[in-house]
Design a protein around this ligand. Structure first.
Ligand SMILES: [Zn+2]
Length: 98
């Protein structure tokens, strides 16, 4: 965990002006972490697969996690995905053997 520089607030000069470079970095790094709904959707199946496999999806695909936390429609998409997979798993379990 050494991303403290990222969350550091822009420095203030003695004159009261903000450090523009720091401010720009803050703005652009925030934008850099954003993905579109399309990009999120491209990775949702991967993300859900990893969760179900017990892997650390949030570490491998942090941008998807961030987007899901910010975007209601992608979050619903994500939950629907899980519901479908769980329904399939249930159906598999209910299938009588033999
Ligand atoms: Zn979205």
């Amino acid at each position: 965990m050494n991303d403290t520089s990222k969350s550091e607030p822009p420095k203030r000069h003695h004159c009261g002006h903000q450090d523009i470079a720091g401010l720009m970095r803050t703005i652009f790094s925030a934008e850099d972490d954003d993905i579109t709904c399309g990009e999120c959707y491209d990775h949702i199946d991967e993300y859900v697969d990893m969760l179900r496999a017990g892997e650390d999806a949030a570490t491998v695909l942090p941008k998807v996690k961030t987007h899901l936390a910010q975007c209601k429609c992608c979050e619903m998409e994500f939950k629907a995905f899980i519901a479908i997979l769980e329904a399939e798993a249930d159906r598999d379990r209910d299938t009588p053997v033999g």
